[in-house]
Write a protein that binds this ligand. Structure first.
Ligand code: PYC
Length: 413
């Protein structure tokens, strides 16, 4: 348990200092400017300071800290990917996750639940076997289980799924976990702040100054900043930033919606995912069911929710759990998912000297927060891609060497 909670419980006065330092003005120059104060940008700033001693860093954010996709995901953490690049990368992330509450002295409610990817067809079972073998090869705890094992883990499930799509088995990944998304952003933000990094919210990027193929500075809504290094970690806003530089990426933006139910007594321990029914579901520490489906099928830069989504997701939820028919949905929202053609991220250097990119996280970015921060900090500090992200370079699209991760996406897209 974090010691801060114990201190808090025993103190007669409110012992909490402000989470973040407020900086009235931007400085004239920084060694690094990070665009985007979501989990990834804050984690990169934290590791730049902690691991590389680079503290003259500004993180600039057009909205508020952790208010983009960090606040809009369904908090699933796992490493049961399909490609060797993906498995190694996410496995390291899962390892980092385990220590974060202690490291930040902040309860992230990290909760290991076990993660079942349900298979409803023989073809899906084959993919599960493929993933299990790749996972095991790289030391990740992952195995194919039968339908009876799914029933033991989630006794309330209707294995026939109302006769539409009977469950044949699943890929079971014991380390699968959930965590509080806002706490992750606060933990990284506070850790960076305490090491001297400046966090500037309500500060929009208006242009990036490039001269002679090199980054020189950033024009913001609060003035110009000189800097030799810019890291863009803005998920759904990536095309807006890269267009400022004339940099082409294959990213397209689709909304990804999610919703939560009213709180219920705990009844669902594991995380369940069904690619065929387009559903993922877990129960939070507060008792809410946290649920999502696949991307909206149209490309649009928007975070509007739709009734169509609610109806579709609820219908599939009821196929699996008919007893939920009287449970209320209390919140619904959307994020903007930056999709790549091969479903792997884009990380590393770009053709513009001093401009680094951390993007293309599609529907799988939350779980990568610690490792993306660590590897991007390394990449920016050394001006050389970290070995774990070499398969995620922007050039792979020009070189026809894709990192095909679609088979490990949570639900069909
Ligand atoms: O990649 O685990 C995942 C995921 C869950 C929800 C959306 N993506």
């Amino acid at each position: 348990m974090p010691w801060r909670l114990v201190r808090f419980a025993l103190s007669s006065r409110h012992p909490e200092p402000r989470m973040f330092t407020r900086h009235e003005r931007l400085k004239a120059s920084y060694d690094v400017v990070v665009i985007g104060a979501g989990g990834h940008g804050l984690a990169a700033a934290y590791y730049l300071a902690r691991d590389h001693g680079i503290t003259n860093v500004a993180v600039i954010e057009q909205g508020y800290l952790g208010g983009g996709n960090t606040a809009r995901n369904t908090t699933i953490i796992r490493s049961n990917y399909l490609t060797p690049e993906g498995v190694k990368f996410y496995d390291r992330s899962v390892q980092l996750w385990q220590d974060l509450s202690q490291e930040f002295d902040l309860n992230l409610f990290y909760s290991t639940r076990g993660h079942y990817t349900l298979a409803h067809t023989d073809a899906a079972m084959r993919t599960m076997r493929w993933r299990a073998e790749v996972n095991k090869h790289y030391g990740v705890d992952s195995e194919v289980v039968d339908a009876a094992a799914v029933k033991r883990a989630a006794p309330a499930i209707d294995l026939s799924c109302d006769g539409h799509a009977p469950i044949k088995g699943a890929l079971y990944h014991a380390p699968g976990a959930i965590a509080r998304h806002d706490a992750v952003a606060w933990g990284y933000g506070r850790g960076a702040d305490r090491r001297g990094v400046e966090l500037h919210q309500q500060t929009a990027v208006q242009g990036i100054d490039v001269q002679g193929g090199r980054v020189r500075g950033v024009q913001t809504s609060r003035g110009y900043i000189a800097t030799p290094k810019v890291l863009s970690a803005v998920a759904g806003s990536t095309p807006r930033i890269t267009q400022m530089l004339g940099l082409r990426t294959p990213i397209v933006i689709h909304p990804l919606q999610a919703m939560v139910s009213e709180p219920m007594k705990p009844w669902l321990d594991p995380i369940l995912v069904s690619g065929s029914l387009h559903v993922y579901i877990s129960q939070s520490a507060r008792g809410e069911l946290v649920m999502g489906a696949s991307l909206d099928p149209y490309e649009v830069h928007s975070t509007r929710s739709t009734l169509d989504f609610t109806e579709g997701l609820c219908a599939h939820m009821l196929d699996m759990f008919p007893f939920l028919s009287s449970v209320k949905v209390v919140r619904q929202w959307a994020g903007m998912a930056d999709m790549t053609p091969d479903f792997a991220p884009i990380m590393g250097k770009t053709p513009i000297e001093g401009f680094y990119i951390d993007a293309g996280w599609g529907t799988w970015g939350f779980k990568a927060t610690p490792i993306s921060g660590k590897t991007m900090a390394h990449t920016v500090a050394h001006d050389r891609p970290h070995e774990l992200i070499q398969g995620f370079s922007l050039e792979r699209f020009a070189n026809y060497s894709l990192t095909g991760e679609k088979g490990a996406a949570s639900v069909g897209h």
